[in-house]
Design a protein around this ligand. Structure first.
Ligand SMILES: Nc1ncnc2c1ncn2[C@@H]1O[C@H](COP(=O)(O)OP(=O)(O)OP(=O)(O)O)[C@@H](O)[C@H]1O
Ligand SMILES: [Mg+2]
Length: 347
């Protein structure tokens, strides 16, 4: 479990100390008091990634150079310093050159209202979700993904040059194919592994009425090397790489009907099922339940989905829950914190 966290110059927090309880921790406060920022900090400490922005620089408190996050998870001391110029990681006070061992310590599942974008939003939301889970199952995944992105950027840069030189451009095909195939393989396996858990969750949420099917749609087709070769003229014309895992998507079918036709309530249920599936899969693979971060989602859920959610979360998982009102919760539900004006008080 996460026993504590200290934030320095992170979002609205100048300095904040928090000690967590096992089980349920509830953070109550009005809007704009830092509830989401606190959960974000926990996610960044454990996964070096924000669930809400792709650039961590956004999380640096305005007017500061960088932020520091410091905490203990599973008795390991984790420290992360981030500024626009550099980042520093330490585990048990030993500086880490790579993030491999650091990222092997904690796993998280982040539930939030914008999760519905996973279903109705653009494909990049779904790729981000797959990457976030894949990196928690295999710590080398991030490195492969970064290598793919680097080769893709270089290739696209050459495609955009005023004078395109195919020999130079195609020199990036080999690294692109190698890393791209590894990513496609990892994502295929991940979607297959999520499927049974997502199906169970969806049935629980919809009271057995709905069958959910996930389908991985590879942006590099059946054979990425062939697709890359075939798209040569198109790439030269469009001045960008048109085939590859950067065009991957994940499709959802409810009772064999594509999720574009699902109601808003059904789309929310699919998004929730995906997150529950992530939690179950991480628990199954890692052997301990992940830390669950639930950002103000209970207000948006009807009673059936709220109960289905609570019943389908991995038992014994530590949970950090934010909410603006506690009326829906049992009084003895866990440790309660009030959050206001950048300060926390226990009650
Ligand atoms: N980089 C930053 N530096 C300083 N303040 C920031 C930064 N980013 C966001 N804030 C501010 O932090 C405050 C808290 O935001 P946060 O999203 O954590 O609130 P919240 O309690 O989750 O609110 P809500 O209930 O509306 O979701 C906001 O006033 C926001 O403007
Ligand atoms: Mg919030």
């Amino acid at each position: 479990m996460l026993s504590d966290i200290q934030l320095r110059h992170f979002r609205c927090f100048d300095a904040l100390d928090c000690e967590f309880a096992p089980g349920m921790n509830v953070f109550v406060g009005p809007n704009a008091q830092g509830k989401t920022s606190l959960l974000e900090a926990v996610c960044v400490l454990l996964r070096l990634q924000s669930p809400r922005v792709s650039k961590l620089a956004h999380a640096i408190q305005h007017g500061r150079r960088g932020f520091v996050l410091d905490g203990h998870f599973a008795q390991r001391h984790m420290q992360f310093y981030f500024s626009r110029e550099r980042k520093k990681l330490a585990v048990d006070s030993v500086e880490q050159k790579s993030s491999l061992d650091y990222l092997d310590i904690g796993r998280v599942v982040y539930f939030a209202n914008p999760d519905i974008e996973l279903v109705r939003g653009m494909p990049d939301h779904r790729r981000k979700f797959l990457d976030f889970v894949a990196a928690q199952l295999d710590s080398s995944y991030r490195k492969t993904l970064r290598a793919y992105e680097k080769a893709l950027r270089s290739r696209n840069l050459l495609l955009k040059a005023p004078r395109q030189n195919w020999r130079e451009i195609s020199a990036f095909n080999a690294p692109l194919i190698e890393t791209g195939n590894a990513i496609a393989k990892a994502r295929t396996k991940l979607v297959t592994a999520l499927q049974p858990h997502a199906e169970i969750a969806q049935r629980a949420i919809s009271n057995s009425a709905e069958n959910l099917e996930l389908q991985y749609v590879p942006g590099g087709g059946e054979n990425f090397a062939d697709a890359l070769e075939k798209s040569r003229n198109e790439d030269l014309r469009l001045r960008q790489t048109s085939a590859g895992p950067h065009r991957d998507d994940l499709a959802f079918f409810l009772n064999d009907t594509a999720s574009e036709f699902a109601s808003e309530g059904q789309q929310r249920s699919i998004a929730l099922s995906l997150k529950l599936a992530q939690a179950k899969l991480l628990e199954q693979r890692i052997g301990t339940p992940p830390l669950l971060l639930l950002d103000d989602i209970f207000g948006e859920l009807d009673v059936t989905r709220r109960n289905a959610l609570l019943q389908n979360l991995p038992a014994g998982a530590q949970q950090l829950i934010t909410t603006t009102h506690v009326d829906w919760m049992a009084r003895d539900a866990g440790q309660l914190f009030h959050i206001a004006g950048g300060k926390l008080t226990k009650s």
